[in-house]
Design a protein around this ligand. Structure first.
Ligand code: HEC
Length: 161
């Protein structure tokens, strides 16, 4: 009886060891989407070309469908909804991360159906909003992952490097 317990314990320990080493053997290639630093300190700003033209184009019909009737077809605001390109909008968000703005939209907009957009749709709509706000397009799409968005700072005006 005792012997059996020892054998079972030995086998499970061996199995655990094998499992551990197979986990350890797995390659740990860094995700290409991740910023070089692992800290959440923003390393980029909205002036660095953080979305693509194509993505903004993808976001345009989404905006018209889900946002335009309140925020205005030209993003200048409506009866109760604020503009999304105004100087006031930009100063309100200045210094915060693009992740904060992303989450604001993802969680609370469209106001009459919050949470109905997927993370990808939210990223695409945000790319369109940024394009209309005069922020430059670049080579890489705006990501939908929070850890990437946290690395991009929203800034009302371009600060010289
Ligand atoms: C039914 C009307 C309505 C729709 C549709 C709507 N919004 Fe809004 N939105 C509002 C109102 C009203 C406010 C301000 C009050 C509040 O914060 O809820 C607001 C606030 C915001 C803010 C914060 C503005 C600021 O100055 O900080 C953002 C960003 C925003 N909306 C983006 C969007 C986006 C993007 C969509 C489409 C996916 C959208 N909204 C759809 C009514 C709407």
């Amino acid at each position: 009886m005792k012997m059996r317990i020892v054998v079972v314990a030995f086998i499970s320990l061996a199995a655990l060891g094998a499992f551990r080493s197979s986990v350890r053997a797995e390659p740990t290639a860094p995700s290409p989407q991740r910023p070089a630093t692992s800290s959440t300190e923003p390393s980029q700003s909205v002036w660095d070309g953080v979305y693509t033209d194509e993505q903004a184009k993808r976001g345009e019909p989404l905006y018209s469908q889900a946002c335009g009737r309140c925020h205005g077809p030209d993003l200048t605001g409506g009866e109760t909804a604020p503009g999304l390109t105004s100087g006031e909008f930009k100063t309100n968000w200045s210094g915060l991360s693009v992740d904060d703005l992303f989450e604001r939209i993802k969680v609370s907009m469209p106001q009459d159906s919050p949470g109905s957009l997927s993370r990808q749709q939210t990223a695409d709509v945000l790319a369109f909003v940024l394009s209309k706000g005069g922020f430059p397009a670049g080579e890489r799409e705006l990501a939908r992952e929070a850890e990437v968005l946290k690395g991009i700072r929203f800034e009302a005006t371009k600060t010289s490097p």
